[in-house]
Design a protein around this ligand. Sequence first.
Ligand code: SF4
Ligand code: SF4
Length: 329
Amino acid sequence: MPMLEVGYLHIDNPIAVISSHNQPDFNDAAGLLLLEGFDLDEVPLEEMQASLETISRNARKGTGAFGLSATCSQDEPLLEAARLASRNLCLLDLRLSKIPDPIRLLELIPRLKRCGVTLSLRIRPEDLSNALLEKLNESELDIIHLDLRGLNGAGPKMVKKAKDSRGPVIMALADIGEFEDARNLLAMGADVVSLRGADPEFAEWLSGAMQEYDSLSGWCNAPKHICAGGDLRGLAFCCPPVKSCPVHGALKKAGMTPEEFVQKKLTFAKGTPLEKGDGTCFGSLVWCCKKSKMCYLRDAALDRIGLSGKEYMGLKKKLAEELLSKSSS
Ligand code: SF4
Ligand code: SF4
């Protein structure tokens, strides 16, 4: 089963590789391959078509996801590109360089989406005001592609802010030098981390390492605990809200009362292995901590019911989705 499904894309691992369409890096291990450089004021659509043919000849082995990054001062070529991308089940990653006017952008998104395309928007944090983020969250945009390069450590906070606004899938483009850099962004809520201009060997190694980490952990972008600065998905690891601690601020942000939170957790746990948990602090695994936090009590409870750490985290992931689903809020 793919790690992430967004629109018609099936993404098997959380690393995306961005390279120029003139010099593509065909990294077969990456979850998403993005070819950029399609300024449609300069580059004819035929080149996009040719790139798609090159991708299907040389890479992705017919399974991986791919996309094209484009911008244009006119709408019509972008609409053509959206139709082309949609026919080829390919992501269209819209770049803002030729679309500086937010009004044009917000009108363009629904027109592009009507072409059936899976759409992302690459945007720098300085261009993303709170008002625009709110509008994008209300739009049909599939992915916000945050360009966090050069932010020197502020990137994870930006990701958390976008994640907690509960909008589209988040892809974070950042300066990644090691596994931990990528993992920090994922732990703050990025669904995909994209690399641009990375050493191809490093990108391939990182893609493989992430895939392995996901298959071992069961939730490769699991959040931190709320009290450790995690995003709202961390509510899945929270205790019952009976004492004064950061859970109350998180619940307020999530638009839930403590009573609703307790009810939602108990309802989700009913009939699942999370309902069990004799000997744990609160008598049920639904209130228990992240697997990476050492705890003999929880691990003994997991052993007793034969639930692996990976299955436990998989259930916590579903719990987080349920707690934050807009339909249930
Ligand atoms: S409820 Fe528990 S896990 Fe959540 S913020 Fe409070 S102390 Fe931390
Ligand atoms: S039993 Fe362990 S994992 Fe569960 S809530 Fe207590 S400390 Fe956390």
